[in-house]
Write a protein that binds this ligand. Structure first.
Ligand SMILES: Nc1ncnc2c1ncn2[C@@H]1O[C@H](COP(=O)(O)OP(=O)(O)OP(=O)(O)O)[C@@H](O)[C@H]1O
Length: 559
């Protein structure tokens, strides 16, 4: 079954498929030559003819060649498969990078990027070349058998058509239901990942049993639909195999009856038998490859969904140099609405002069995080502009932007790398001394030293062996190591006690002498060093002032 969209997705190289098909056809030709010589050799042996020896030598040669072709087929298919997978995964990951984190589901994406792409590989490198072989070889073999026994050829032709076409009737149904099964699989994968990531939380709230039951019900649904699929698929394969066995038996019977009438030499019955097998071998191989490649067909919707996901920002900025330090950052008449809603931020204008520290305060849901997402260009404003160093943020390339603006959130991502490598995320060339200075400023140095291998300790996934406050301080140190002229700190001290919060933020303000700092905070301790402040409410700037935010604006924020 050909699927145009799947071929486009794989960017499948027709030359590679043709080469794989050519090897398949060559293998069949060798089988046919073997069948012809085997019949002749049997005849010669029965007659006691001295021709038997050269014919047996040819047979040995053909068998050797066949082994060589089989040896060449597998590595070639693997190479083409690797190309298809690498190319498609690169496209998928490129698209995913542009999709805002909030709109991604890790489990579903993992299912598509891993299993879906693997299925596509099997479809392109196994099923498609074999389809070409099936379209050509059985026809050729039937014509050849016709030169020995037209009746046997007639039987073979009918049986081959049944073996090829009958299962294809069920294929459409299989693919339709397979796509539904794939959806179930993606959803289950998504829920599994979500549950795995929150096991401690689920236990804490006593919800693990409930979630376990829900997953079990979903898994049972997937099992039922998989078994249904398998049943249909077995019927498919069964009809094909039946046609094949009956066809071979009838063809041989027809050849034997020709031989008894003297229309065929007895040894040639052996040739017809071997050729009949060769007529059906590509068909059984196709059925085998269909089952491997069928996953790719069912995953097409998931692959399409990732590739057609609308990127939140169009990355076409050409400015390659990061903004100079210090740089201003500003929002000018900026409005952003979340798709399908009327919430976000409205007509926000605020300017953070070079080297200044500005605090953004506001009640929960007032638009602070939305503003941060605009500053890091996770989203683009519907109206207005974000300016970095008086230049539109959109004109910076992704790399230049990430070297210019570093955002730290209250729940930072840490990698299962060594502490040192985590600290060097933004600057691979930072020296050990620079790492230590930043860690001391963020008051995390002693904690890191106390780890089993100090700074060389490899963190657990997402820094799981650290407390919330320690993770936040490590992320602050990491941001300090960077040379980004703008730091955006989004409630980065929410897990620290008031004393530590004050000290760390004082060190950050002192450290960032030439840096522009935007602090999003609910507490006075986090913004005690601010040069000016803005208060948001309902997505708009409702108050502003110089110095740290007033307790009134902070209390308003806490309301
Ligand atoms: N992905 C989203 N899709 C739709 N609406 C959203 C999304 N994220 C935020 N919102 C809405 O946009 C508004 C502003 O949210 P935002 O997260 O910016 O507030 P916030 O001030 O950062 O809140 P908090 O202090 O609780 O983090 C809220 O009404 C929120 O419900």
């Amino acid at each position: 079954m050909l699927h145009r969209r799947l071929l486009q997705l794989a960017g499948v190289v027709s030359g590679s498929v043709a080469a794989l098909a050519a090897l398949g056809i060559l293998l069949c030709v060798l089988h046919v030559v073997f069948a012809i010589y085997a019949g002749a050799a049997v005849g010669a042996i029965v007659r006691g003819d001295e021709q038997a020896l050269p014919q047996l030598t040819v047979l040995a040669g053909v068998a050797l060649l066949r082994a060589l072709v089989v040896q060449a087929q597998e590595p070639m298919a693997t190479r083409v498969g690797v190309r298809v997978r690498v190319r498609l995964r690169a496209r998928l990951l490129d698209h995913l990078a542009a999709v805002p984190a909030a709109e991604r589901s890790s489990g579903r994406i993992a299912a598509t990027v891993l299993d879906g792409v693997d299925g596509l590989d099997a479809y392109c490198t196994r099923y498609l070349p074999q389809l070409v072989v099936v379209l050509l070889v059985p026809v050729g073999v039937v014509l050849l058998v016709g030169t020995y026994s037209p009746r046997a050829a007639g039987v073979l032709a009918v049986a081959a058509m049944v073996a090829v076409l009958l299962p294809r009737l069920g294929d459409l149904r299989l693919v339709r239901h397979g796509r539904r099964r794939w959806r179930q699989f993606e959803e289950l994968a998504g829920h599994y990942v979500e549950a795995l990531q929150s096991i401690p939380l689920l236990r804490f709230f006593g919800a693990s049993e409930r979630v376990g039951h829900r997953l079990a019900t979903q898994a049972e649904g997937l099992r039922t639909s998989t078994m249904n699929q398998l049943r249909w698929s077995l019927v498919d394969t069964g009809t094909g195999v039946l046609a094949l066995q009956v066809g071979t038996a009838l063809a041989v019977l027809a050849a034997i009856s020709d031989a008894t009438r003297g229309a065929l030499r007895p040894a040639e019955v052996v040739t017809v038998l071997l050729l009949a097998r060769e007529c059906f071998r590509p068909v059984t191989d196709l059925a085998r490859h269909w089952h491997a490649g069928y996953l790719g067909l069912t995953a097409v919707d998931g692959l399409d969904e990732v590739l057609s996901a609308r990127p939140a920002v169009l990355e076409d900025g050409r400015r390659r140099a990061p903004a100079p330090a210090p740089s201003s950052i500003a929002l000018v008449g900026t409005t952003y609405r979340y798709p399908g809603t009327d919430v976000g931020v409205t007509d926000v204008t605020l300017r953070v002069p070079p080297g200044e520290t500005v605090a953004i305060v506001g009640a929960s849901g007032s638009g602070k995080s939305t503003l941060v997402r605009l500053l890091e260009r996770d989203i683009d404003p519907g109206r207005g502009t974000v300016l970095l160093g008086d230049v539109d943020l959109r004109t910076y390339s992704r790399t230049a932007r990430s070297q210019s603006v570093v955002v730290v959130t209250q729940d930072p991502v840490l990698f299962a790398w060594s502490v040192r490598d985590n600290l060097r995320l933004y600057r691979a060339d930072a020296t050990d001394t620079e790492l230590e200075l930043a860690a001391r400023a963020a008051e995390i140095h002693d904690v890191l030293l106390a780890l089993p291998q100090g700074y060389a300790t490899v963190l657990a996934e997402d820094g799981a062996q650290l407390s919330g406050g320690q993770r936040q301080r490590l992320a602050i140190a990491r941001a300090l190591v960077s040379r980004a002229p703008v730091l955006v700190l989004d409630e980065v001290t929410s897990a620290l006690d008031p004393g530590t919060e004050r000290r760390v933020m004082r060190a950050v303000a002192g450290w960032g002498g030439a840096r522009t700092i935007v602090i999003v905070a609910h507490r006075a301790g986090a913004c005690a060093h601010a040069d000016r402040w803005f208060e948001l409410a309902g997505g708009r700037v409702v108050a502003a002032g110089t110095g740290p935010p007033t307790s009134r604006s902070l209390t308003g924020a806490a309301r």
